[in-house]
Write a protein that binds this ligand. Structure first.
Ligand SMILES: [Zn+2]
Length: 448
């Protein structure tokens, strides 16, 4: 039997095991794993890791409406998905963000139009619901029909945050259909109050962000989200968990069998809080919420990843050019994430290869209902990445593929980087060159 493509002799790493094998592809799907497989096209992967294409369930491409400003993110679906492909990512999930007063389906249509003909890898959409109007709730079922089964709610940011009663109602509507509720969990009232007090003392800017956002203010909101999700009967995902205190809340919920999951960002795991003390563009760009924290907190986050308390590592890719202190921050990590977790997690011994693949590929796919993604098993989409564990890259605008003039991870050296990316059986990145067709990416309707 000859296959369309065989990736030969690499160390195949899945969420469960690692071993040398061939991976065969036919018709855009994984056809077989084994030894001595032959294909019309063969790729020598000896010395490389062969992993499932990574899934990044938290990106903001061409994002028009981040609170409270109106500057779009620097990446379009075209440039963002291309950078993702270089970083070993074959599926992303972005957001439809219908404005308050607008129909949810209109909002979805508009985002689908933004991505159509642009994306070079497959993509899904979460629905960011920020309008508590009962008419919007009535549209939740229509979103499920269209393959959108995850709803993002903000507990922070004026103009975005919903009161608990509205959160509870949306959670019930989502939960009754088996969907996933995703939250940005911070106690916004406390953080607002602390920010104002610091301001009056002349303490403003990135250096004071951590003081304005104490871990307990995050943990309280995480706890509240877990309670509300339990009352409403929905699966819950907490985005960008940033501290030990919040991880404790998730761990406790998991111990009692609750359907609660947590995400940590690659910048939350890797970037040091003291970077915020510097003046200038770089610090401004890193002033995200919840904030990047100190080494002790980052060690606790890695422990939580290793223990499975934190399920997935994603990028929250949100490339912006801050022009002054009043412009929003955003870290761009869609390309570097898989390499960063390998360098700072696997090579340091904090997690093993299988957990790396699990956190970056397999568990996000399972969490978000991407049935054919994130696994190297017969029948799955042939999304495959060849990863060279010895390739050293110093992260900078010269080595990454974002249109931003600076890198969030400027000067950090990673050891190990994707060299070939295959999406549904097509090689789209080959040895540092993009060779995919523009606009080839497809919208993935997700199930529950
Ligand atoms: Zn985000």
């Amino acid at each position: 039997m000859s296959y369309d493509l065989v990736v030969r002799g690499g160390l195949v790493v899945t969420s469960e095991r690692a071993g040398v094998a061939d991976v065969a592809v036919s018709g855009g799907r994984i056809a077989a794993l084994g030894t001595g497989l032959t294909g019309a096209v063969e790729r020598d992967a000896r010395g490389l890791y062969v992993i499932p294409g990574a899934v990044d369930g938290h990106v903001h491409f061409d994002d028009p409406t981040f609170p409270p400003y109106a500057t779009r993110t620097a990446d379009s679906f075209a440039t963002g998905t291309r950078a993702a492909a270089f970083g070993g990512v074959t599926t992303v999930i972005d957001f439809a963000q219908p404005a308050v007063g607008r129909s949810l389906i209109d909002g979805l249509e508009q985002r689908l139009a933004d991505a159509a003909g642009e994306a070079v890898i497959d993509y899904g959409l979460h629905l960011n619901l920020r309008d508590p109007d009962p008419d919007r709730l009535a549209e939740v079922a229509d979103e499920f029909e269209r393959g959108v089964c995850s709803f993002k709610l903000y507990m922070a940011y004026e103009g975005y945050r919903l009161p608990d009663a509205a959160i509870f109602r949306v959670m019930q509507a989502v939960g009754s259909r088996g969907g996933l509720t995703v939250v940005h969990a911070e106690n916004d009232d406390v953080i607002g109050e602390l920010t104002r007090r610091l301001d009056t003392e002349g303490k403003s800017g990135p250096a004071w962000l951590a003081a304005a956002c104490p871990p307990a203010a995050e943990a309280e909101a995480v706890h509240r989200a877990i309670v509300l999700a339990g009352l409403a009967g929905t699966r819950l995902l907490v985005f960008h968990l940033s501290c030990r205190e919040a991880a404790h809340e998730v761990a406790r919920a998991k111990r009692t069998g609750r359907a609660v999951a947590a995400e940590v960002t690659s910048h939350g795991l890797v970037l040091e809080q003291s970077l915020l003390d510097a003046d200038g563009l770089h610090a401004e760009s890193l002033a995200v919420r919840p904030p990047i924290r100190d080494a002790e907190q980052r060690a606790a986050l890695w422990d939580a990843v290793a223990a499975g308390t934190i399920d997935v590592v994603e990028s929250d890719h949100c490339p912006r050019v801050p022009r002054d202190k009043t412009h929003p921050a955003g870290v761009s990590g869609v390309e570097a994430r898989v390499a960063l977790v390998h360098t700072f997690g696997v090579r340091t011994g904090l997690i093993d290869l299988c957990r790396w693949v699990d956190a970056c590929c397999t568990r996000p796919a399972a969490l978000f209902g991407l049935d054919h993604k994130g696994r190297l098993r017969p029948g799955s989409d042939a999304d495959i990445v060849l990863f060279d564990p010895r390739k050293r890259v110093t992260l900078s605008p010269d080595t990454l593929h974002s249109p931003l003039p600076f890198s969030s991870y400027e000067g950090i050296e990673v050891c190990g980087f994707p060299v070939t990316t295959i999406s549904r059986g097509e090689v789209i990145v080959d040895d540092g060159a993009f060779v995919g067709a523009p606009g080839r990416g497809r919208f993935v309707e997700r199930g529950i």
